[in-house]
Design a protein around this ligand. Structure first.
Ligand code: FA5
Length: 351
């Protein structure tokens, strides 16, 4: 075989092998086999010295030309294979971000909290400030200052949860049975005119049923000034009913007894759902009972240092869960504290 034939044969094999190299590792092996220090072409070029002097320059030029050609072919092929390798690795590592993400759970304001916010807003427009007070209360504020002395039978009307005391004979400690103790607390530290509403949780030692919880929420209202009358009370509650249940609503007062008001009433609004005709929500009566109210008893005014001949006032207390129930048609008060997310989601949409 002539030198040229040897080079042609080498070129054919080298280019065929290079075309067959499938990845970067095969490409590196090819470079080692043909162009590396012990590669076939390198060995050929080293062997040129053994040729006759007149053959050497021609063989040398042909060998170097082939070396350049193979180097260029290898560089091109090697880069293409490395790029393909990188593409493969990236594809294997890829995170598919085209799927829809998982929706985070969105919370909602509890219906009782929302009702408290709504009530505060309505009463703010009527000039009432919202204040809050302690849930752990002394019998002094929960009963005594509200004209319910220790031996008074009315004390039993509110089945009280007692908090253990240190036994030193100090004041009896209770969980407040209503928001009314804040009437006395506010009046003690403020001079008339007073206009406040007091939302908050109250507690009663009471069997639970669809309309009774042992812990629930009330909103207390108190207005004391010169010449406050029942008409102011009625106007205020009528406005509340209209804001909550619509412009046509009417208010009904019926005699009731609470030791801290005189006269005392329970108040109801005509049912917005059936327009007073009688339906499931108002239990056929046409009226929805909202709470108790009345003119602040002179003894209560006196107990906080007010002069009942100079000022008068009205007070009311309403059940917040019951208000939400009337608005939404929920018929079991126990659902509010039951922590059943299905109920909370449903009522968050309904309200
Ligand atoms: C009172 O608690 C008086 N303090 C209200 C008051 C304030 C009268 C100021 C006069 C002047 P009563 O116990 O009726 O009253 O409760 C008021 C409202 O709280 C009720 O109309 C009802 O809506 C709600 N309520 C009473 N007990 C429960 C209960 N166990 N579970 C849920 N709501 C209740």
């Amino acid at each position: 075989m002539t030198v040229q034939e040897q080079l042609d044969d080498l070129r054919r094999r080298a280019l065929a092998d290079l075309a067959a190299a499938a990845d970067a590792a095969a490409s590196a092996a090819w470079e080692h086999a043909y162009l590396g220090p012990k590669g076939e072409l390198t060995r050929f070029l080293r062997g040129l010295g053994a040729l006759a002097a007149e053959e050497r320059p021609v063989a040398g030029r042909a060998g170097n030309a082939l070396k350049q050609e193979l180097s260029a072919a290898w560089t091109e092929r090697d880069q293409a294979l490395r790029a393909a390798d990188l593409d493969l690795r990236l594809a294997a590592d890829a995170v598919d971000v085209t799927l829809p993400g998982r929706r985070p759970l969105l919370g909602a304001i509890h219906p009782v909290t929302r009702m408290i916010d709504d009530l505060s807003e309505i009463f703010a427009l009527l000039g009432f400030q919202t204040v809050v007070g302690p849930e752990v209360e002394t019998a002094h504020y929960n009963f005594d200052l509200l004209n319910i002395p220790a031996d008074h039978p009315a004390r039993d009307v509110w089945d009280t949860i007692h908090v253990e005391t240190d036994g030193t004979g100090g004041d009896e400690i209770v969980l407040r049975t209503h928001t009314s103790p804040m009437q006395a607390r506010v009046m003690e530290r403020t001079q008339p005119p007073v206009r406040v509403v007091v939302p908050g949780r109250v507690y009663r030692y009471e069997a639970q049923d669809a309309s009774h919880e042992w812990a629930f929420h009330q909103l207390e209202g108190l207005a004391v000034d010169r010449n406050i009358t029942m008409a102011d009370l009625k106007g205020t509650l009528a406005e509340l009913a209209r804001q909550l249940f619509g412009p046509e609503r009417r208010i009904r007062f019926r005699c009731d007894f609470f030791p801290f008001v005189e006269p005392g009433v329970d108040f109801a609004v005509d049912c917005a759902i059936c327009n007073g005709q009688g339906c499931r929500v108002c239990k056929g009566s046409g009226w929805l009972e909202l709470g108790g109210a009345g003119m602040v008893h002179p003894n209560v005014l006196r107990a906080v240092g007010y002069d009942p001949d100079a000022v008068s006032g009205f007070a009311f207390g309403l059940g917040i869960e019951r208000l939400v129930m009337m608005q939404t048609g929920v018929d079991d008060v126990r659902a509010f504290a039951g922590n059943d997310l299905r109920f909370l989601r449903q009522i968050a949409r309904a309200a």
